[in-house]
Ligand binder design. Structure first.
Ligand SMILES: [Zn+2]
Length: 487
């Protein structure tokens, strides 16, 4: 393994969790909700939790290299939900995000938001390993480990405490943040409050493994990924970031192995989607040296039939990236012929079509696919994109209007909306869509400014003006409420 730097991170806390007001159910099993007493529960309400989560996600959008790729977003959220569906004591919706970051790390924080670093795709070898990390994080949240930590340390100033943790999270998410900033932030921290306790880790492993198994994954995914982390520690001077916050003493690995042994053996079919996601994230989003990608694709091309498919898919992506569209089409066509409904392949062919200006072909394929996969966000974004490339701007706007209505938190949707409006010279619509991209990144002043400009451009007392003005009011209120979380 190639080391990326000799930077060594100081311990940092990572999983922030929920402090719900709802009464703890008494469940007479070993998985009873932890008794966190009344202090933590009364200091931060569930609403504050969810709002803080939203506040920090906006900051992460603005400051960290979040991956917006619709396919990867859909994949990681489907996988996450599959796990959450098999967890107990789920109090809020979960959202999963991928940050393009070469350090192995994952953290759950306020309001069920789970952030995964792209390096997890490089170092995991199958879907069960990746899912084991996610199940562990989900368990920290459902077991309210942070609430317990907070009880122990900072019962007097929960907002300040949570705010400091939030800013550490932001620094961790951003690979460019650098050690100086991180050390400065950590200076006021005592070691005890920035990593989980041994007991918390054991519990997250134990409950996480049960979720893993219930959701149909291989419980062995957990010890085998821990093994990878442990090998990283042996062979590198740089310890994987995740171990600073989730310590891995020898007995944790041994315990996970023993526990996995107690589960009935079953053979888990290889996940085609995981292989496609892995190849996609490593070829498209990362800045990895091409030798690594080529080695991986070469290895897959001699592997199982699913790995061979992933290898061809990866070659298609690389060729498309190099604008070798004819060759890319040659590699992809047999895959698409065999699996005409496969959204990964449809998406890849759309890019090739756009590259070769075969817009009509792409539009027809996407429209047909949308009849089968109604309202699929990946296909919708692809189609909107082709409409724009084909200069069919009104059609793009119409589709994006629906899309942003159902996916108001999707930055890509609003960006395309602004682009389509701009091409039609609809300055007010462009400004209003652009305002949403700013609001999603926590830039409320800018967003309000753009909406005011939009409002001034349209007819007095028109429907559009009322809409823009109402949105300005909403954002002002949001800005005011969120000002309590700003440090
Ligand atoms: Zn942990």
């Amino acid at each position: 393994m190639k080391k990326t730097s000799t930077k060594s991170l100081i311990a940092i806390l990572v999983s922030l969790t929920l402090f719900s007001n709802s009464p703890a159910r008494s469940v007479p099993t070993e998985e009873s909700l932890p008794d966190i007493g009344t202090t933590a529960a009364s200091t931060l309400s569930t609403n504050q939790e969810i709002e803080m989560g939203d506040f920090y996600i906006r900051k992460i959008r603005a400051e960290a290299p979040l991956i917006y790729d619709p396919l990867l977003t859909q994949y990681i959220n489907k996988l996450g939900q599959k796990l959450v569906n098999h967890a107990d004591a789920v109090k809020t919706p979960f959202h999963f995000y991928i940050v393009n970051n070469p350090n192995i790390n994952a953290y759950a924080f306020f309001g069920g938001n789970v952030v995964l670093h792209s390096a997890l795709f490089r170092y995991s070898r199958n879907e069960s390993e990746l899912a084991s990390v996610m199940a562990h994080e989900i368990s920290h949240v459902t077991q309210r480990h942070l609430a317990r930590m907070m009880e122990d340390t900072q019962r007097k100033a929960p907002l300040a405490w949570a705010g400091t943790l939030g800013s550490i999270l932001l620094l961790m998410a951003n690979p460019q943040a650098g050690m100086a900033a991180l050390s400065g932030t950590l200076a006021g921290f005592s070691q005890g409050m920035i990593s989980f306790t041994r007991e918390n880790e054991q519990e997250a492993d134990r409950i996480g493994m049960r979720i893993l198994s219930r959701a149909g994954f291989d419980p062995y995914g957990m010890p085998s990924f821990m093994q990878t982390l442990s090998e990283q520690t042996l062979h590198n001077s740089e310890i994987p970031e995740i171990l600073y916050t989730h310590p891995l003493p020898d007995n944790r690995l041994a315990d996970a192995r023993n526990r996995a042994n107690q589960y009935p053996k079953k053979s888990i079919p290889e996940s085609q989607e995981y292989l496609l996601a892995r190849v996609r994230i490593l070829t498209i989003e990362s800045t990895l040296e091409s030798a690594y990608i080529n080695d991986l694709l070469n290895q897959y091309s001699h592997g199982t039939s699913k790995e061979q498919i992933a290898a061809s898919y990866g070659r298609t992506l690389l060729l498309t990236k190099k604008r070798k569209y004819t060759e890319a089409r040659e590699v992809l066509t047999p895959l698409l012929n065999k699996q005409p409904d496969n959204i990964w392949f449809i998406d890849a062919m759309t890019d090739i079509d756009i590259g070769q200006a075969r817009y009509e072909q792409a539009i027809i394929r996407l429209q047909q696919a949308l009849q089968k996969h109604k309202n699929n966000p990946v296909l919708q974004i692809n189609l909107a994109n082709v409409y724009i490339e084909a200069k069919q701007y009104p059609k793009a706007s119409q589709l994006l209007f629906q899309y942003t209505f159902s996916h108001p938190d999707n930055l890509t949707g609003w960006s395309l909306m602004a682009e389509a409006a701009s091409k039609q010279g609809k300055r007010n619509e462009e400004l209003a869509a652009y305002a949403e991209t700013m609001a999603l990144q926590g830039q409320f002043d800018l967003a309000i400014n753009y909406l005011s400009q939009a409002s001034a451009l349209v007819k007095l007392n028109s429907y559009d003006q009322a809409r823009y003005d109402a949105r300005i009011d909403q954002l002002r209120k949001l800005q005011q409420r969120y000002s309590q979380y700003k440090k």
